[in-house]
Design a protein around this ligand. Structure first.
Ligand code: NAP
Length: 315
């Protein structure tokens, strides 16, 4: 099956089903094997970030596939992200990412969080004195420069609220093509979906299964009785219902699996549909957010003193 895709405001096409590669911590060979397997299944979009440590293994697997003629570079879409300690020089950070991936360009480069750390802070959970003031105008200008230099085709953001996007749009020459955020049947992001759709910013769902098995996630989505009953009705799995619901909500999905059966399962969500009743039932589920970002909030050095400030009330 060909990967379904959406055209971004940048003019580029983004494959709607991506393979996530975050997790703690995977052996490089395991990532490489999973990427090769994913390519065979049909995946053409790979999501990584400097902080995941998966860039080199993805690069090895992709370059092997290019050399063996399995796919061409222009047939795959690679997303990576600017880590919070690299806002002082996004161009240099992107060049390091490209070096890790052994690629000449990225398809999509995202600002990982609307937060800036001191240079060299290469861990996910910052200490209190690791924060610096974020000048998003300066960061975005440097991201735009990356497009001009041909280092990436599209630029975007991740974990940005409607308010933060509005601020960004007030000075951006190139608008963000994508906002990657947590989104699943229990965290539906209705307001952000409408806001982004009106501004032609494509919304991409991370943790679309709720991250079962990951340290920040939960099994609440795939164990939810409503999701389970919809799955029985369609003779699908709960994970497939979550992914199908996101796709039908106009959102692309970044689901992580390094297990062949589950990679196949997550890939198999393009040739069947949910009905209006399923959507109504999902829209009635109580909401819960798993990636709350508490680690980015403190009373002293973080620009965000509360969780509400980090998400501008969208929590
Ligand atoms: N921008 C950001 O700030 C941000 C934050 C978080 C994540 N992300 C990206 O989004 C990707 C996905 O998010 P995530 O890893 O948090 O959550 P997720 O994709 O919702 O869930 C991944 C977990 O679910 C398991 N799984 C996968 N398919 C399954 C299925 N069909 N049935 C049951 N369990 C299944 C996986 O284990 P197995 O591998 O054993 O199958 C893994 O433990 C990440 O890998 C990363 O690329 C971005």
């Amino acid at each position: 099956m060909k990967a379904p895709a959406v055209r971004l405001s940048s003019g580029r096409k983004l494959p709607l089903i991506a393979l996530g590669t975050a997790g703690i911590p995977y052996h490089s060979q395991q990532i490489q094997t999973s990427i090769s397997l994913a390519l065979k299944i049909g995946y053409r979009h790979f999501d990584t970030a400097k902080i995941y440590g998966s860039e080199p293994a993805i690069g090895k697997a992709l370059n092997e596939a290019f050399d063996e003629g399995i796919v061409k570079r222009e047939e795959v879409f690679v997303t990576s992200k600017l880590w919070c300690s690299d806002h002082h020089d996004p161009g240099a950070a992107l060049k390091r990412t490209l070096h890790n991936l052994k690629l000449e360009y990225l398809d999509l480069y995202l600002v990982h969080w609307p937060v800036r750390f001191k240079e060299g802070v290469c861990y996910a959970v910052p200490k209190e004195d690791d924060f610096e003031r974020l000048d998003m105008e300066q960061t975005w200008h440097a991201m735009e420069k990356c497009v001009e230099l041909g280092l990436c085709h599209s630029i975007g953001i991740s974990n940005f609220s409607s308010k933060k996007i509005e601020d960004l749009l007030s000075h951006a020459s190139i608008p963000p093509a994508v906002n990657q955020v947590e989104l699943h049947p229990l965290w539906r992001q209705h307001k952000l979906r409408e806001f982004c759709a009106e501004r032609k910013i494509h919304l991409s769902a991370y943790s679309p299964l709720g991250g079962p098995g990951s340290p920040w996630g939960s099994k609440a989505v795939i164990k939810n009785p409503t999701i389970v009953s919809i799955a029985h009705k369609h003779q699908r799995t709960p994970a497939q219902i979550a992914l199908r619901w996101a796709l039908e909500s106009g959102v692309s999905v970044v689901a992580k699996s390094f297990n062949e059966e589950r990679m196949q399962e997550n890939w198999g969500v393009s040739d069947w549909v949910l009905d209006a009743e399923d959507h109504c039932k999902i829209n009635d589920l109580s909401q819960m957010k798993f990636m709350r970002g508490d680690f980015l909030v403190n009373n002293t050095t973080s620009p965000y003193k509360t969780i509400e400030e980090l998400w501008d009330g969208e929590i």
